[in-house]
Design a protein around this ligand. Structure first.
Ligand SMILES: NC(=O)c1ccc[n+]([C@@H]2O[C@H](COP(=O)([O-])OP(=O)(O)OC[C@H]3O[C@@H](n4cnc5c(N)ncnc54)[C@H](O)[C@@H]3O)[C@@H](O)[C@H]2O)c1
Length: 288
């Protein structure tokens, strides 16, 4: 996709961080922008600020883990702007802890938002794009952690690895059909956002028992990983840098969008060599 002016973009997780920066970049490119997010206050603040800056914006409160919410999002998009050309399935959350210690509620919440959010986006919007038969692009936000395996953040990585293969499969299928729909998978490394405050939007029915959660959070491994990730996110690149990478990639028709290739490629290579040599997985973060 090279032409953005007057086209319509739908961005999930648009009230904060990477999603908000993508939405603002879409507006600067002259697109009509649909902001979808579960956090009502931040969403209406984003809508207000972007409208004040002259953007054509629609905000839709959406829980991406619910198919019915994503269907309503599509209907409201079509009612307001008549079409959709760019879809960014970006909403995401994460929890720490060892895989066997994470609770059923942790698994349901993170799989629901990160993986079902993308599944719902693809199931609802691809048929609309096929019907439109115009140039379209879908960007699914995975992560550098979707390309490697390291200790901790296991649920998050399960979802991000799944998003990579979902996106690769979608890419092949849309190409085989000879469609005008392109696909990219966004794999940021560390970005300075509110991701580590994701609990702010955790639904009441998927909250952990506070005593059980405290036990997990007090373990030395949890504390060590938490400190490492908190520092990495704090020192991460800006959301605007990610939005710039994303638009360059869409213009170039690039599938894998790596925001920090020098850092991530050697680690991906190490993992691939582990597989090809059939040896045990190497820990890419030996300090953990
Ligand atoms: N920050 C990083 O270092 C980093 C690195 C790699 C990938 N990512 C990915 O980038 C994406 C954006 O995260 P971010 O870092 O900007 O964090 P963020 O917390 O700043 O933004 C995430 C947004 O998603 C929204 N959200 C949460 N649950 C939702 C739901 N059920 N339905 C709709 N919206 C929901 C939040 O309200 C928030 O506005 C996520 O998929 C994340 O996994 C982030």
């Amino acid at each position: 996709m090279k032409e953005f002016k007057d086209r319509t973009a739908v961005i999930t997780g648009a009230a904060s961080g990477i999603g908000r920066a993508i939405a603002e970049q879409c507006a600067r490119e002259g697109m009509k922008v649909v902001l979808a997010d579960i956090e009502e206050e931040a969403l209406s603040q984003a809508e207000k600020e972007m409208k004040a800056a002259g953007a054509s914006v629609l905000a839709v409160v959406t829980d991406v883990s619910k198919a019915s919410d994503v269907e309503a999002l599509a209907q409201k998009t079509l009612a307001a702007f008549g079409a959709v050309h760019l879809l960014c399935n970006n909403a995401g959350v994460g929890v720490g802890g060892c895989v066997w210690e994470c609770t059923i509620e942790d698994w349901k919440w993170v799989l629901g938002v990160n993986l079902w959010g993308v599944i719902n986006g693809v199931r609802v919007f691809v048929p609309i794009m096929l019907e439109q038969d115009t140039e379209c692009h879908i960007v699914n936000t995975a992560s550098g952690l979707g390309l490697i395996s390291s200790p901790y953040l296991g649920i998050y990585k399960v979802t991000k690895h799944a998003i990579i293969t979902l996106s690769e499969t979608l890419y092949h299928e849309l190409a085989l059909r000879g469609t005008n729909i392109k696909v990219s998978v966004l794999c940021p490394t560390w970005v300075n956002t509110q991701l580590l405050e994701a609990d702010r939007n955790r639904p009441a029915k998927l909250q952990n028992d506070p005593d059980e959660e405290m036990k997990i959070k007090m373990s030395p491994e949890y504390q060590e990983a938490e400190t490492f990730v908190r520092e990495a996110v704090r020192a991460g690149i800006s959301c605007q840098q990610v939005a710039d990478c994303l638009f360059n990639a869409i213009r170039a028709g690039k599938f894998y969008i790596l925001t920090d290739p020098e850092f991530v490629k050697p680690i991906v290579q190490l993992r691939m060599e582990d597989i090809l040599q059939e040896r045990s997985p190497t820990n890419p973060v030996p300090t953990l």
